[in-house]
Design a protein around this ligand. Structure first.
Ligand SMILES: NC(=O)c1ccc[n+]([C@@H]2O[C@H](COP(=O)([O-])OP(=O)(O)OC[C@H]3O[C@@H](n4cnc5c(N)ncnc54)[C@H](OP(=O)(O)O)[C@@H]3O)[C@@H](O)[C@H]2O)c1
Length: 310
């Protein structure tokens, strides 16, 4: 099968086409023919020797965790999926899933049926960013109707999905992006768009219940929280002072890492079916052009998701 591989850590140019044997599904696993593989910041961080490189180990390696595709075959014991079923998922994270490839094998319950409302490209962009949004807003913050949620970097892959999940819980959403992205923010349900290049974000936001900091380590946002509030620092890096500043205000500080999540995939599918969640695909590239997809994503201004088509 065709894959994207890298022989060393480095810039986008280390991503090159290669070949590998088609994997065999073990008992309880499915073999999925990949139609679309989402590209996430953890992909380019790992490519460069950061991100999950400590988990994946030294190159050669194949990146990618987001999969949308069709079940090709099933291992012994699988009863809930059959060959021909369209599925999506984020298998194996943070271990290697090797999703930049024509085929992926993984435990069947790390996938769910693709909602028919989504194209393969949209479904390929949903799992990692969508599960991040769901696990933060529902499992971690347990957002309630009427609460105020500030999403820092609301136009991006996680941000536009986090906005929609928060709205589905009845929250008021404040979101940061450059003004050029404010129409998109409003389309996804942001009630109060804030241009972080032109405004003091904390001042414009006022008091909120939950901060979802997708930039990571944004100390100025601690000021938006009071007793009972929650600061979720999404990228791993955060200055030590930030947690202390949040806790001084009687609020809670937490780090977060997304996990494979069968129930979360079902919940996202349900939101799609109910018309409460749409996936914005900003750009697609054929698998062979993964390097270009990374170069675009790394600029840091993607509105929605970048997806590789296979
Ligand atoms: N811990 C976890 O489990 C987990 C899971 C998923 C993602 N993450 C991390 O979360 C971060 C966001 O991921 P993502 O997929 O949403 O990234 P992304 O799609 O690449 O984010 C791009 C967005 O960031 C916005 N942005 C750039 N600079 C900004 C700033 N200074 N303030 C506010 N917004 C800004 C851009 O909006 P403008 O163009 O308007 O500037 C753009 O829409 C990444 O670091 C990623 O690694 C962590």
């Amino acid at each position: 099968m065709r894959i994207i591989t890298q022989a060393s850590f480095g810039g986008p140019e280390v991503l090159v086409p290669g070949e590998a044997p088609v994997p065999e599904p073990l008992p309880t696993e499915v073999l999925v023919r990949v139609r679309a593989a989402g590209v996430n910041p953890v992909d380019w961080k790992t490519r460069a020797g950061r991100g999950m490189s400590g988990v994946l180990g030294d190159p050669p390696l194949t990146l990618g965790w987001d999969v949308a595709g069709v079940v090709e075959s099933i291992g012994l014991g699988v009863t809930t999926l059959a060959p021909g079923d369209p599925v999506f998922g984020m298998p194996w994270f943070p271990r290697a899933a090797n999703a930049y490839a024509e085929f992926v094998t993984a435990p069947s319950r790390q996938f769910a049926r693709k909602p028919p409302e989504l194209t393969f490209e949209e479904a390929g962009g949903l799992p990692l960013a969508g599960l991040t949004a769901w696990q933060i807003l529902v499992d971690t913050a347990n957002v309630q109707p009427g609460q105020r949620v500030l999403v820092n970097a609301a136009a991006g892959g996680v941000g536009h999905l986090a906005t929609q999940v928060a709205k589905s819980r009845g929250a008021t959403v404040l979101g940061t992006a450059r003004t050029v992205n404010h129409a998109a923010l409003r389309r996804h349900g942001v009630d109060v768009p804030i241009d972080y290049t032109a405004t003091d974000v904390a001042e414009a936001a006022g008091r909120v219940d939950v901060v979802v900091d997708l930039m990571g380590g944004t100390r100025s946002l601690a000021a938006t929280l009071g007793p009972g509030g929650l600061f979720v620092n999404v990228p791993s890096a955060a200055p030590a002072e930030l947690a202390a500043e949040v806790e001084q205000r009687g609020a809670r500080f937490t780090r977060f890492l997304v996990e494979p999540d069968h129930e979360g995939l079902f919940a996202l599918s349900q939101l799609v079916e109910d018309g409460e969640l749409r996936v914005e695909v900003a750009a697609t590239f054929p698998l062979e052009r993964a390097a270009e997809a990374h170069a675009l994503g790394e600029k840091g201004h993607t509105a929605g998701k970048i997806v590789l088509t296979v």
